[in-house]
Design a protein around this ligand. Structure first.
Ligand code: DAT
Ligand code: MG
Length: 140
């Protein structure tokens, strides 16, 4: 089967809390390969494109502000069914109810803010992964 790729972001809360290594450890421990890893500060252009599906939602502006609040670790991970597999490792969106054993369930915190600071992003489909990888890593 052709190998699949996904875009993972360690969000600014994860980088700030020193969890980048722990998150990458879980990705690698699952057997996925790291294809690209880059620490960077995201600008409005990249974030507007990345979160285009959420434009107009009440959490959109706080989400973009949060994503600009510090460095983001952008990662391309590769492996069989890695798109689904990383979503499973990450857990559901809300860290309070995300299952224990997942990144968000074990490590995420709900601060009662306007946006969920849930440590990671993972592409949600093959189409999203292709679009997001091209956006964050145009050279790949
Ligand atoms: P996911 O990151 O699980 O794919 P999403 O794509 O629906 O979730 O939303 C993108 C991000 O926006 C999410 O990680 C956190 C924030 N968010 C989503 N829904 C929210 C809500 N109802 N209230 C606050 N923040 C939310
Ligand atoms: Mg999403």
């Amino acid at each position: 089967a052709p190998t699949e790729r996904t875009l993972v972001l360690v969000k600014p809360d994860g980088v700030r809390r020193g969890l980048s290594g722990e998150i990458l450890r879980r990705v690698e421990a699952k057997g996925y390969t790291l294809v690209a890893v880059e620490l960077r500060t995201a600008g409005d252009d990249v974030l507007a494109a990345h979160y285009a599906e959420h434009e107009g939602k009440p959490f959109y502006a706080p989400l973009v502000d949060f994503m600009k609040s510090g460095a983001v670790l952008a990662v391309v991970a590769e492996g069989h069914r890695v798109i689904e597999g990383f979503r499973s490792l990450a857990g559901t969106t809300d860290p309070t109810t995300a299952a224990p054993g997942t990144i968000r369930g074990d490590l995420g915190r709900d601060w009662g803010l306007k946006v969920q600071q849930n440590l990671v992003h993972g592409s949600d489909s093959a189409e999203s992964a292709a679009r997001e990888i091209a956006l964050w890593f145009p050279a790949l």
